[in-house]
Design a protein around this ligand. Structure first.
Ligand code: HEM
Length: 397
């Protein structure tokens, strides 16, 4: 008699399948247990899902290279963004701005983040409803990154619409849709025009001014400057937005943990780390192998794309006790939600600051809230996980 276990289909991991986006965690668990070195034959890429394997691969840039891009699809244009380079190019690019994003450097932004958060929440308090993504979290990080880059406030919505298009993927499709390509070109155009205005005499003091100075001194190529601005606008926008939505959602799903947090707001930083571990916005990043790699009885050939599934690693029971349970006291700061190794997130301190201030303000202004699950809407991307709409209900103020 065939048992359920025997008749079970082999596990499949298809990050372009919308069905996976609703709840990828059972698939991740099966990958870790049954196929820790998984080969997706349809799209011809490999995937690592255990903590130790992902952490090792993220550190071993000589074997797991970023130079062919960090998406599963091939790079269309060979622009050397920070995130798409290996040393020594990466070392030079990262060194140039890494000191601008340390916890000490971003701390002075706290007042601006708080003021922006209050401004965004205020119009909704009397209604008892807010879409915490559309009305709040989608706006806050873009406003802060625009401030850092010196872009005017009236351009924020337009820039956000373009950056959203860049990360969106059609169901079952491997490539960036045309809309995303067009949005990329519009972003480049916008950045180039902004720099041209500055070259004509509009002087400002911000990150772009610093990068243009490096270009003028011959330390950076023009493409490097555009690449920097591009990656900062994309990385700083989408992921932090999704993190704030995921925090609200997980607190709603775990009322005991929400009550614990409300009774002791000092737990907030640890609660943020737990959401990063348990349901972080960056699911996976890709690498390309520079040599054959043998692991767990499989051989990944040289030149293969490999997905490092960071959020699967973060739920690896080989690493974390009760890994599948959400515990805001856990404070596992060694999770891979911000990646690891040389490419570990440059903006992590800023993301943590924004999430902390945002949640302090949301909890103070709304009091107890619930998610109206009928209005939830998930975004679809092979790498970014989170919602496009998270409607909250609370007592009108
Ligand atoms: C919750 C929010 C965020 C998440 C989950 C996140 C996640 C990540 C991850 C996983 C990586 C590693 C990429 C890899 O291994 O290939 C990364 C890199 C990066 N992140 Fe973030 N990030 C967030 C916020 C931000 C913010 C606010 C900024 C900018 C201000 C930023 C800028 C970058 C940059 C520039 C890199 C590339 C670093 C390098 O290649 O050396 N991120 N991020």
């Amino acid at each position: 008699m065939a048992t359920t276990t025997l008749s079970r289909e082999p596990v499949n991991y298809d990050p372009f399948d919308y069905a996976l986006h609703d709840d990828p965690y059972p698939v991740y668990r099966r990958l870790r247990d049954e196929a820790p070195v998984f080969h997706n034959k349809k799209f011809n890429f490999w995937a690592l899902s255990r903590y130790e394997d992902c952490a090792n691969a993220a550190r071993d840039f000589r074997t797991f290279s970023s130079a062919q891009g960090t998406s599963l699809e091939d790079l269309k244009a060979q622009v050397e963004y920070l995130i798409n380079t290996d040393p020594p190019v990466h070392t030079k690019l990262r060194h140039l701005i890494s000191n601008l994003f340390t916890p000490q450097q971003v701390a002075p932004l706290e007042d601006a983040v708080r003021q922006m958060a209050r401004e965004l929440l205020a119009p909704h308090l009397a209604t008892g409803r807010i879409d915490i993504i559309g009305d709040f979290a989608a706006k806050l990080p873009m406003a802060i990154i625009c401030r850092l880059l010196g872009f005017p406030r009236e351009d924020e919505d337009m820039l956000r619409a373009w950056t959203d298009s860049v990360v969106h993927r059609e169901e079952g499709k491997f490539e960036m849709p045309d809309e995303g390509m067009h949005a990329t070109l519009k972003l480049y155009d916008y950045f180039n025009q902004d720099m041209a205005k500055r070259a004509e005499g509009q002087t400002r003091e911000d990150i772009i001014a610093m990068l243009m100075q490096a270009e003028a001194e011959g330390r950076l190529k023009h493409d490097d400057v555009v690449g920097y601005i591009y990656i900062l606008s994309i990385a700083g926008n989408e992921t932090t937005t999704k993190l704030i939505g995921n925090i609200c959602y997980q607190l709603h799903k775990h009322p005991d943990q929400a009550a614990l947090l409300r009774s002791d707001m000092a737990l907030l930083p640890s609660a943020i780390e737990e959401v990063m571990r348990f349901d972080g916005p960056t699911q996976m990043m890709a690498r390309t192998t520079t040599r054959d790699v043998s692991l767990h009885g499989e051989t990944i050939p040289a030149g293969a794309k490999v997905a490092l599934i960071f959020t699967s690693a973060n739920r690896d029971e080989r690493k974390y006790k009760d890994a599948e349970s959400f515990d805001i006291r856990r404070n596992a700061r060694d999770h891979l939600g911000f990646g690891g190794g040389l490419h570990a997130c440059l903006g992590a301190a800023l993301a943590r600051l924004e999430a902390k201030v945002a949640m302090e303000e949301i909890i103070a202004a709304l009091g107890h809230f619930e998610v109206d699950e009928s209005g939830l809407d998930r975004m679809h991307s092979p790498s970014v996980r989170g919602f496009t709409h998270v409607p909250l209900r609370f007592d009108p103020k």
